[in-house]
Write a protein that binds this ligand. Sequence first.
Ligand SMILES: [Zn+2]
Ligand SMILES: [Zn+2]
Length: 177
Amino acid sequence: MTDQPTPVYCANHPQTETTLRCNRCEKPICAKCAVLTPTGYRCTDCVRSQQKIFDTTEWYDYITSFVVASFISLVGSRFIPMLGFFSIFLAPLAGVVIAEAVRFVVRRRRSKRLTQLTAFATVLGSLPVLLLTLIPMLALLTQGGFGLLLNVVWQVVYTVMATSTVLYRLGGIRVKT
Ligand SMILES: [Zn+2]
Ligand SMILES: [Zn+2]
């Protein structure tokens, strides 16, 4: 005696009635579980498996990216003590060079983890010069080493700006889950 269609409940929330379905696996999903993608509503499982397809990296990409990013970052940071204020122009440039160089060596393969590793390598690469600036500064600070303090500021500016540029350039597709 069921003339009326049986109510459909969300696959993740058995208490929530819904009319929405994932447009890939047809699983009923409620408004809370649905993720709006460019191709329509999907369940979180489908979104996640879709994201894995975007991970096209090979294991050695992590090594080459790390070496390339930290090396360029190190080379770039060597100029900070000479550039001072003008570091704010060098830093984004360094970030672009790092991002493009990494993209080149990994042949445009990508993953979120690779982006994060490259950003980490950018930070690490900028640290040696920062530390070299920091050590004499600590010794001189008691005698008023203000100029050196500024150098440290620009060094930090370099690290932050180069890294955020790398993250921005390599960021790619982000899907909310
Ligand atoms: Zn699905
Ligand atoms: Zn739900």
